[in-house]
Design a binder for this molecule. Structure first.
Ligand code: HEC
Length: 313
């Protein structure tokens, strides 16, 4: 019943909060709490293929959050009342730990100060690392692209009109040489995939490669690369795929790779690493799939054996 006049006050307090010193910021202070404790039920996000959607609240949309609060009045806001409620039939989040007092206070103060979404930019859901990278990428240096094309390498955009590039040195074959990586640094803003598989490169050739901070995919299989060269690779923090198949790298070398937190696939088959070395790295990179075949690898079961003859019906 008191709602009508409250609306006027709420509007006023939005203006006020913008000038408050030490104001609670939605993006910096509130959103991290919501992402951690509310998103999985109130994000309208896809989880294992189906949309999880508990009620009407979608915390990724300011318009939706606004429906559950009264700016300036935490006590009149279900968005706040539900997180401080003592009623276990209604409090939020319904499972797991309650919010900490500090987190409750952040939400309280943010609403009290006018529940402003100023400066909030919605995180694009499902945006891949590559899409993010593409946004900040200038057009490639044409002279450098021409240099590699003349050399005989395959230079391709990652997708149509994308400023992101892949370079494949495979067509060079025996024409390749340790020096050919030198000018790659001129494309460091653009290069995301680099294929040096079977190229005649050495550890020194990798020092320019170490400057390609956007690389997500790197093929070094069947090359003369050793542990020393992996020092350059260890700084490539965007790397998701690394192929070291049939190289002389050892446990000491792959230990350097534990800094590559984005790594999803690592191929070490027919290198000089040991099972113990792989296990150690796996602990540092629990999310990575490390391909390291040993003699004791289990044989494929009947169902998995795709080469098994298919019986005719
Ligand atoms: C484990 C899942 C889960 C989590 C986590 C969770 N909620 Fe909820 N929430 C629910 C369910 C279920 C409802 C009831 C929806 C309904 O009745 O339609 C609900 C309802 C709400 C409502 C009322 C929305 C409506 O549609 O009526 C608000 C506000 C709310 N939650 C806030 C929060 C906040 C804030 C957090 C994080 C601090 C949170 N919830 C975390 C499951 C969750």
């Amino acid at each position: 019943m008191t709602k009508k006049w409250m609306k006027g006050i709420a509007a006023g307090s939005i203006l006020l909060s913008a000038t408050l010193q030490g104001a609670v910021d939605f993006t910096k202070d509130v959103m991290p709490i919501l992402e951690e404790r509310c998103l999985k039920c109130h994000g309208h996000i896809k989880e294992s293929g189906k949309v999880v959607d508990k009620g009407n609240l979608d915390i990724t949309k300011p318009e939706s959050i606004k429906e559950f609060l009264k700016a300036g009045h935490p006590g009149d806001s279900s968005f706040y009342n539900l997180v401080v409620s003592d009623d276990e039939d209604e409090y939020m989040p319904p499972k797991g730990d309650r919010l900490t007092d500090k987190q409750k206070k952040v939400i309280h103060d943010w609403i009290k100060q006018g529940a402003s979404f100023d400066g909030y930019t919605k995180k694009e859901k499902g945006e891949s690392l590559l899409q993010k990278l593409a946004k900040e990428t200038p057009v490639p240096n044409a002279a450098a692209v021409a240099h590699f094309e003349q050399m005989g390498a395959l230079v391709l955009p990652l997708a149509m009109k994308s400023p992101l590039l892949q370079i494949n040195f495979k067509p060079l074959g025996s024409e390749s040489n340790p020096e050919m990586t030198k000018r790659l640094v001129e494309l460091k803003e653009n290069l995301v995939w680099l294929n040096l598989s079977r190229a005649k490169i050495n550890d020194a050739s990798l020092s320019p490669v170490g400057e390609l901070k956007k690389l997500t995919r790197l093929h070094l299989d069947n090359t003369a690369v050793t542990d020393a060269g992996l020092s350059s690779v260890a700084s490539l923090s965007s790397l998701e795929y690394l192929n070291l198949y049939n190289t002389a790298v050892t446990d000491a070398g792959i230990a350097k790779l534990s800094s590559l937190k984005n790594l999803k696939k690592l191929f070490l088959w027919q290198s000089k690493v040991s099972a113990a070395g792989v296990e150690k790295l796996q602990k540092a990179l629990p999310g990575a799939y490390i391909h390291f075949q040993t003699a004791t690898m289990p044989k494929p079961t009947k169902q998995e054996d795709k080469n098994a003859p298919v019986k005719k019906k």
